[in-house]
Ligand binder design. Structure first.
Ligand SMILES: CC(=O)SCCNC(=O)CCNC(=O)[C@H](O)C(C)(C)COP(=O)(O)OP(=O)(O)OC[C@H]1O[C@@H](n2cnc3c(N)ncnc32)[C@H](O)[C@@H]1OP(=O)(O)O
Length: 418
């Protein structure tokens, strides 16, 4: 891969190690030194172009390696250049390997959860014209030495078939430990862990850590401990951002019944739960979510809880009176038609009673709106067939009940993982 600037001069060593600072390496004595900002720009260009090429080679919808992602993560990139004699040329880049430590929840062979922070292979690419020439192995070997890890201690973020073959050929890594996330680990990953006798119940990493003074196998230099809020309850893959959208929690994820079965066949591979590089789950459109939520009647327990909920007391409600109308609108209905909403902040306690009436009004108003020639199509309309029969009456009060009920439940959950 060639560039319009002198790669050979920019990267004096055959393998250059880049971190989040994207610091230009020291240049050979005697070479002219361009402005530092230019050099960094050139480095960023190399990283961006390599990321694009890798994404293309892996059929990813977007690069997972770029200068900006490098700068915002503690990843390390090993860049291999072509050091063959090129007197007239400016050098070329052969490929790169990106690694980084990640906090993961992995299953061991007894299917117990373990919280570990192994070195992960995040992205790996050798130029198409130079694959199967041993360059990948050269880069990988260099990384293993620099990072002082053994191949079986690594976690691999959604490896491609080529990479799996590569690991098998050069490092005899074959048997995987099935996972429920996108990472692949191999037999031996837990080899250095001191394992207490199997507990009667499935142990979590936290429980094990308390009983086990020996840290997990893949030794690492831990960065300063992050705030609890930063730790995600799942194993976050670098490729996660390739998802179009994140599915909201229950009950917002209640999709309308589908006429056709899901497109994706069940996963079947010799890797057990190893990842696929196919498209990810479709996201339920916001409008459909809102529609299904409107149709959801208030839970009887919600009514019961609300009777004792201080937030539902008149005093609490009164607090919203002084709030800006927008806030009140957010808290009590889903309508985007502020002007049509009969439940204004000044109505106070009446807002609950008006809920049912309001829904009917809103349906009618929306119809009017869409016909009144105002030019704006309604954003959230309830189709005629969705106007529920009395038994399932869809009400704003129902929405409020449900929303409060959910909030109530969340506030009482003592074991949030994040
Ligand atoms: C976490 C991730 O990064 S997953 C993404 C991994 N990257 C990719 O799939 C991008 C496309 N592939 C590549 O860039 C390269 O093939 C790499 C990085 C996987 C390997 O680099 P190479 O320089 O080709 O590896 P190297 O020459 O050292 O080793 C060759 C071995 O790798 C495997 N391999 C490499 N290319 C292929 C291929 N096209 N088909 C099957 N196996 C392959 C084989 O085991 C091969 O041995 P063989 O030729 O005897 O069959």
């Amino acid at each position: 891969m060639e560039f319009p600037f002198d790669v050979d001069a920019l990267l004096p060593e055959r393998i250059t190690v880049l971190d989040q600072h994207l610091r230009p390496p020291a240049r050979r004595p005697g070479t002219t030194t361009p402005a530092r900002v230019d050099v960094q720009q050139q480095l960023m260009t190399i990283v961006d172009e390599l990321g694009k090429a890798s994404a293309k080679a892996q059929h990813l919808p977007a690069p997972i390696t770029s200068a900006s992602r490098m700068q915002s993560n503690r990843h390390v990139m090993y860049v291999l250049k072509d050091s063959s004699a090129r007197p007239a040329g400016k050098g070329a880049i052969i490929g790169f390997l990106k690694v980084g430590y990640k906090k993961l929840f992995v299953l061991d062979d007894r299917e117990a959860h373990n919280e570990v922070e192994p070195l992960c292979i995040l992205d790996f690419y050798i130029h198409e014209t130079l694959q199967r020439h041993g360059h990948g192995r050269e880069l990988f070997q260099y990384m293993l030495q620099k990072e002082r890890v053994e191949p079986h201690q690594l976690a691999i973020d959604r490896p491609s078939q080529k990479l799996l073959k590569f690991l098998n050929k050069h490092y005899n890594l074959e048997t995987t430990v099935p996972q429920v996330n996108n990472f692949v680990i191999f037999e031996g990953f837990f080899a250095h862990q001191h394992r207490p006798p199997a507990p009667p119940l499935r142990a979590t990493g936290h429980a094990r850590a308390a009983a086990d003074p020996v840290p997990p196998a893949p030794a690492r230099k831990l960065p300063p401990k992050r705030a609890e809020g930063d730790i995600k309850p799942y194993s976050s893959s670098d490729r996660e951002f390739l998802k179009v959208a994140v599915e909201p929690p229950w009950p917002l994820n209640r999709a309308p019944r589908r006429a056709t079965p899901p497109v994706h066949p069940p996963r079947s591979s010799s890797l057990g739960n190893s990842p696929e590089r196919g498209p990810l789950r479709p996201f339920v459109p916001e409008q459909e979510l809102l529609r299904s939520l409107r149709l959801c009647p208030p839970h009887p327990t919600a009514r019961l809880l609300l009777a004792t909920d201080p937030a539902a007391s008149p005093a609490q409600r009164r607090r919203t009176r002084g709030a800006p109308p927008g806030l009140v609108a957010q808290s009590c209905c889903y309508s985007r038609y502020g002007g049509l909403n009969s439940s204004s902040p000044s109505t106070g306690n009446q807002e609950w009673k008006q809920g049912e009436q309001e829904t009917e009004n809103r349906a009618a108003s929306q119809e009017t709106l869409s016909q009144d020639g105002s030019g704006e199509a309604p954003m959230h309309t309830v189709p005629p067939q969705a106007q529920a029969p009395p038994a399932q009456h869809c009400t704003v009060a129902g929405d409020m009940f449900n929303a409060r009920f959910i909030r109530h439940l969340q506030e009482r959950r003592s074991t949030r993982p994040w």
